[in-house]
Design a binder for this molecule. Structure first.
Ligand code: CA
Length: 617
């Protein structure tokens, strides 16, 4: 990377790089809107020696406040101010220079679309389905490969290569997700990743404003969101602030040296959250955590640079207004500049008050998760304005409850102890809760492909506080042990025209896969119709003899969840201890089997089982 960076600057200083771009390569954002809360807009203009040209424009209500020239003459940053009175329309921006061809760009300001089902937010009333578009379904084989992109062809036998899945493939299977009870789809990033190798995962963005052609077009992405909304589904967009692919146009021809974090030689992040959370950490550790690169192919964006800040923030606001997405998941949250991220969150919420945001924080300690959460609940002296996190501490606790050995704070007690620390969060209901995702072993493998444990874990996830998230294939027992990540990112069987089996249909699934699918569907559908599980309170009791009991309740219903962690023996649970929540209730319905329990004074729970009971008067 040292070579690459120095080469870039050699080219930049000698003007060789500029020979590869046209006089006016692009302006971003390519268009904008009137009626935004923030009147300011900064256009990035990229073109060969564009800084040598004058800039002129005239439009009622729009002021060109400042023309910023930076180190690289191939850039101009134009500061515009759009008054509240400005009307939708378009105007010419002219770039002139004596002796050169005049250049013009037609800039458009649109009216905002204020339909109520746009940017509507994702809450604990929802159930999220996370998928990787390259690995879910190939609905358009004509877009599998492009001659002008660095990675060629599709190679389904290689876990590092593109497999051809796309947005059309996902759109073709929205009925499947709807049937499962899913209300929200989170796709790993679909924007352009034109990297030479392993570009399918989407986290090395090379063009922030363009849908990767192998997934579709911006127009198709917008249609996808509209189709989801028309079916009552919501959409989460996955954003990467921290880094960008090294082949991106702002990286190969950087506006200024401080666009990304520079190191004398290639330096990784130390990947230790402690360097940020620890009040005793040295500045050098902190700097390496935040400014070190995530990967050689992922340049670390300098988020304290105001030009970078404007570029990223406007891009994200542009996508919500353009496509109407309902929420953001923020990649590698702890690696970002915290001051910038707090400012970013406030700017986004100002434009879209209902939009949901949760940050990727993957730590097994509640404190290290809560550190990044809004409300300054950890006495940090700083408010991140981040509404929610990916609740990895809870994920680890559920796994321990399923697999661990019973002890004072081990086994099922780990789950109890973890939830007992909910006081750290301003609102734990805004956390995305999960059993697995694309960066870790699949849940079915984590429980050793033990079907009873799988069911027990799914029942806990789908009755728990927070926003539950499934990872594609969880519902059909897809397995895989992480490292490398590709092993947990297999294709969904049936998503490709030449697949021999189709697990999108009951006929294509095995008996056991159907049992899993139906079990998960029953629980999701019950959650979708039960406000006690969606927004009700949680009360958990101290586990005894390996049995853990919690309630979700509101004025409508009380749901009792009992987990017996014993791997061999069923337990008879005397329920007088739970009178605080059970008094007045006489019977219960097992929501999975639909059986009625006529006596709830003593409840029998088989080994490795979670019972979900709706209490009845
Ligand atoms: Ca395709």
């Amino acid at each position: 990377m040292k070579f690459k960076i120095s080469l870039v600057f050699f080219l930049l200083l000698t003007g060789i790089a500029s020979a590869q771009i046209s006089d006016l390569e692009r302006i971003e954002p390519a268009f904008w809107w009137v009626g935004m809360k923030n009147p300011k807009l900064q256009l990035i203009v990229h073109g060969r020696d564009i800084a040598s040209r004058s800039v002129k424009m005239s439009y009622p209500g729009v002021m060109l406040v400042k023309i910023n020239k930076v180190e690289n003459p191939n850039y101009l940053f134009l500061d515009l101010e759009i008054s509240a009175q400005a009307k939708a329309g378009s105007f010419t921006i002219a770039f002139d220079k004596a002796g050169s061809q005049p250049l013009q760009y037609q800039y458009t300001l649109n009216n905002r679309d204020r339909s109520p089902n746009r940017a509507q937010g994702v809450t604990s009333k929802d159930v999220i389905y996370l998928l990787m578009p390259d690995r879910f379904s190939n609905g358009d084989p004509s877009n599998d490969s492009f001659a002008n992109m660095r990675e060629k062809g599709i190679h389904r036998d290689s876990m590092y290569s593109r497999h051809g899945g796309d947005i059309q493939g996902l759109m073709n299977h929205l009925d499947y997700l709807k049937d499962l009870g899913i209300t929200t789809i989170w796709m790993t990033p679909e924007v352009e990743n034109d990297e030479p190798h392993a570009s399918y995962h989407g986290y090395a963005v090379t063009n922030h404003y363009v849908t990767d052609p192998r997934y579709g077009t911006n127009e198709l992405y917008k249609q996808y969101v509209e189709k989801c909304h028309s079916m009552g589904l919501k959409v989460i967009k996955d954003l990467v602030h921290n880094h960008a692919g090294t082949e991106g146009w702002t990286i190969t021809d950087m506006p200024m040296k401080s666009w990304v974090h520079q190191w004398p030689k290639y330096t990784n992040s130390n990947f230790r959250y402690g360097a940020v959370t620890d009040p005793n950490a040295p500045e050098s550790d902190r700097k390496q955590m935040l400014d070190g690169w995530f990967d050689r192919r992922m340049a670390d964006m300098n988020e304290s640079n105001p030009y970078v800040q404007n570029y990223l923030t406007q891009n994200h606001i542009w996508w919500v207004e353009y496509a109407g997405v309902d929420g953001f998941r923020l990649d590698t949250y702890p690696y970002n500049d915290p001051v910038y991220m707090a400012d970013w969150a406030q700017k986004v919420k100002a434009e879209f008050p209902h939009l949901s945001i949760f940050g990727e924080v993957l730590d097994n300690q509640v404190a290290n998760e809560a550190f990044f959460m809004q409300g300054n609940t950890v006495n940090r002296g700083f408010d991140t304005h981040l509404p929610g996190v990916t609740d990895a501490a809870l994920k680890d606790a559920i796994n321990e409850a399923l697999n661990g050995k019973e002890s004072w704070d081990g086994g099922v007690n780990k789950l109890y102890v973890t939830l007992a620390q909910d006081f750290m969060y301003q609102n734990p209901m805004r956390n995305c809760i999960f059993l697995d995702n694309h960066d870790m072993s699949r849940f079915y493998s984590v429980v050793g492909e033990d079907f009873n444990k799988y069911k027990a874990g799914m029942a806990i996830l789908l009755t728990m506080r927070g926003i539950p998230q499934l990872y594609y294939g969880d519902e059909i027992l897809m397995a895989g042990v992480s490292n490398p990540d590709g092993l947990v990112r297999s294709d969904f069987a049936g998503g490709w025209p030449d697949d021999k089996v189709n697990k999108f249909t009951a006929e294509g699934r095995t008996e056991k896969e159907n049992e899993a699918f139906n079990y998960v569907r029953t629980l999701i559908r019950y959650r979708n119709s039960t406000t006690a599980l969606q927004t009700g309170r949680l009360m958990q009791y101290i586990p005894q003899r390996g049995v853990y009991v919690y309630f979700r309740y509101d004025t409508q219903k009380t749901v009792m969840v009992i987990y017996n962690s014993d791997v061999k023996d069923s337990k008879d649970l005397k329920t007088d201890r739970f009178a605080e929540r059970m008094s007045g209730f006489k019977t219960a319905t097992n929501i999975v089997t639909n059986e009625t329990l006529s006596d709830i004074n003593t409840i029998n729970i088989p080994a490795k089982t979670t019972l979900v009971l709706e209490l009845k008067k």
